[in-house]
Design a protein around this ligand. Structure first.
Ligand code: UFG
Length: 329
């Protein structure tokens, strides 16, 4: 297959490009490098620097790359906290950018797209584990823009026949098994990279945001899913669409929850480092428990996560963080 990966220089995008190439597919990467890194792009992928909000940028790629089988779309802003203080940035990049993309796909006759959505589309869960059919009432602007993107695809399919799969990820984590690419946000706000920055000596401590939740140890519980398992789900979703599958939405998680304290304890064991902790008050907008039911993805896409053990997941992340203390810098 020849796949156009939008946002292919970012965290999940770069791992998906590696996976595609490792499985003998062709990958074309499009990224504005706002949060992605050219160094994260696989050497065998063709790279175009461009911004989805400039229609000429994406038109140029689709004019030149004639035989694209499907698009995988990761190009978006994805920080919950930032989305609350800069909501219009999220409307502009995530929604306007996707609208421009869809216009270009319509005019170039491309009919299949897989894109990133998020657990944040659900807001406060009404069930544990969360099912795709549960209510979607986002409690932050990031989740709201992802839900709006899902609806944009829904209506665009009806008018223009572009089929889509929306993948709602839970907590993406880990790094490529060879340790050459990994998670590198700037500034970093995610739990596992911050813990491992304490372990690798680039940060003094990890703050635990809230120890008074109604959970087994008072800290928030999340469903951590390895980035390579997410990457594989995108490839399976493309194959599903190319084999005639209907547009649909799938959760991607392991179905197992770990508390913030459990993640820190596991990281201590994996790294052999002490990892200083400071207990702080709750971070605004954090639900206590977020756990996915991914039975639908397993059943329909035949997805089988390989990294279902937290210790193994953290080992892969540590291989990256212990050898790339400054990320891609
Ligand atoms: N946490 C800490 N200290 C930190 C960072 C995080 O205690 O320094 C806690 C958070 O409060 C939360 C858990 O660790 O309970 C995980 O936090 P992350 O920031 O790593 O991830 P989130 O669960 O907030 O967010 C993830 C994705 C988002 C997505 C969201 C869906 O990163 O993109 O899940 O709810 F929107």
């Amino acid at each position: 297959m020849k796949i156009l990966v939008l946002g292919g220089a970012g965290y999940i995008g770069s791992h998906t490009v590696y996976r595609l190439i490792e499985q003998g597919h062709q990958a074309v990467v499009f990224d504005n490098l706002e949060t992605g890194y050219e160094k994260a792009v696989h050497k065998d992928a063709k790279f175009y620097k461009g911004d989805l909000r400039n229609k000429a940028d994406i038109d140029k790629v689709l004019d030149q790359e004639k035989d694209i089988d499907a698009v995988i779309h990761f190009a978006a802003n994805s920080l919950v906290g930032e989305s609350m203080v800069k909501p219009l940035k999220y409307y502009d990049n995530n929604i306007y950018g996707t609208k421009v993309l869809l216009e270009s796909l319509v005019s170039h006759g491309i009919k299949n797209i897989v894109f990133s959505s998020t657990a944040a589309t659900y807001g406060e869960p009404v069930n544990t584990p969360i099912l795709e059919s549960d209510p979607t009432v986002p409690t932050n602007c990031y989740g709201e823009t992802k839900r709006a993107m899902e609806r944009m695809f829904y209506w665009t399919e009806k008018a223009h026949g572009i089929k889509y799969v929306s993948l709602r990820y839970f907590n993406a984590c880990g790094a490529h098994i060879d340790g050459n690419i990994g998670e590198a946000h700037n500034p970093e706000s995610h739990l596992i990279p911050i813990i491992l920055q304490v372990a690798n000596g680039t940060r003094d401590h990890i703050s635990i945001f809230g120890t008074d939740y109604d959970t087994k140890d008072g800290t928030c519980i999340r469903d951590y899913i390895h980035v390579t398992d997410l990457a594989q789900a995108h490839i399976l979703a493309v194959e599903y669409l190319l084999n005639g599958g209907e547009s649909d939405i799938f959760n991607l998680g392991n179905g197992v929850g770990f508390s913030v304290k459990e993640v820190i304890e596991t990281a201590r064991k994996v790294t052999g480092k002490e990892i200083k902790v400071v207990e702080e008050s709750r971070r605004a907008g954090d639900p206590a428990v977020l756990i996915a039911s991914s039975e639908k993805a397993k059943r329909v896409l035949n997805w089988k996560p390989q990294y279902d053990d937290l210790s193994t997941i953290i080992k892969t992340a540590w291989k990256w963080h212990s050898t790339h203390k400054n990320g891609y810098m």
